[in-house]
Design a protein around this ligand. Structure first.
Ligand SMILES: C[S@@+](CC[C@H](N)C(=O)[O-])C[C@H]1O[C@@H](n2cnc3c(N)ncnc32)[C@H](O)[C@@H]1O
Length: 275
């Protein structure tokens, strides 16, 4: 029996379950329940060549939670724009942020209609805070910034944390990710932050290069980058918060370890301030 929450017949017609999708494959790697046969088929193929994909997904998700906690508890951030939200799972941005600052406001954005179908689970805001969801594509940043929903929930004259966790590697250079970032960051005032994480093949090309090829074979383009390429793309002109761009498992870990090896993690992350 497929391990899914809803029968496929109950899904909105835009959700194409015949082709694999990144959000659902990520959910499968995290041990979630929102995936279909095509997603599992490609994800299982990936796990044969890249058995660390599950560890990488878990470490990335844990980094996301620690970064949001840092921003809310130590950097005084009260507003979050989370692009590439993924399917609802643990450590959603509003859950982590509102546990620290109940009045925190979060706008979620994803281009997968299935995330939209589950967005109500992302909209369980505290009474004092706000959460909202926009169906939009990172490659059209102007449409995100111009969205009446984003404009109503976020005050763009005050600092905002832009969250781009595990999404920039889905934008090959031909999608001009540098210009996308410049547009988004250009709309945020000084004192705003960027959180970003990104898969790399640098520590174990034999294990990670096949993952990129498998995604491409499933119609999901992408580009892995090494730490220097990722740091230049995401954080140029920003002030990195210590410890800088590191493997996500090494970013302010809240337990003493042991931690997975660099080859197993293979996701870089960083948090930086716009001055
Ligand atoms: C690997 S998941 C990451 C989820 C979450 N940010 C995290 O780090 O746990 C990537 C998400 O980005 C979304 N995504 C990929 N390309 C996108 C694009 N061009 N625009 C908007 N969302 C996109 C996918 O639908 C998926 O939900």
């Amino acid at each position: 029996m497929p391990d899914i929450l809803e029968p496929e017949s109950a899904l909105p017609p835009e959700v194409d379950t015949s082709r694999p999708h990144t959000a659902r494959m990520y959910d499968y790697f995290l041990g979630g329940k929102n995936h279909f046969a095509a997603d599992r088929e490609l994800a299982d193929k990936v796990l044969v060549t890249t058995p660390s994909a599950r560890t990488a997904a878990r470490e990335n998700r844990a980094f996301l939670g620690r970064a949001v906690r840092f921003l809310a508890a130590e950097a005084g951030i009260r507003q979050f724009l989370d692009i590439g939200t993924g399917l609802p799972t643990t450590n959603s941005v509003h859950q982590v942020a509102q546990a620290v600052i109940p009045s925190a406001r979060v706008v979620y954005t994803d281009n997968d209609p299935l995330v939209l179908a589950h967005a109500r689970a992302l909209l369980t805001s505290s009474l004092e805070g706000r959460t909202a969801y926009i169906q939009a594509d990172l490659r059209q940043p102007e449409s995100i910034l111009a969205s009446p929903v984003a404009r109503e929930v976020l005050d763009f004259s005050q600092p905002v944390a832009l969250m781009l966790a595990a999404i920039l590697h889905f934008l090959p250079d031909s999608d001009k990710p540098g210009e996308v970032l410049a547009t988004l960051l250009g709309a945020l005032p000084a004192g705003s932050y960027l959180v970003a994480s990104h898969t790399t093949a640098e520590h174990d090309p034999e294990q990670w290069a096949p993952l990129q090829r498998a995604y491409e074979s499933g119609g999901i383009p992408g580009q892995f980058r090494d730490s220097g390429e990722f740091a230049r793309l995401a954080f140029s002109g920003l002030e990195l918060v210590p410890p800088g761009v590191v493997l996500v498992s090494e970013w302010r870990p809240d337990t003493p370890g042991p931690r997975p090896t660099p080859a197993e993690v293979s996701v870089y992350g960083g948090v930086a301030r716009k001055n």
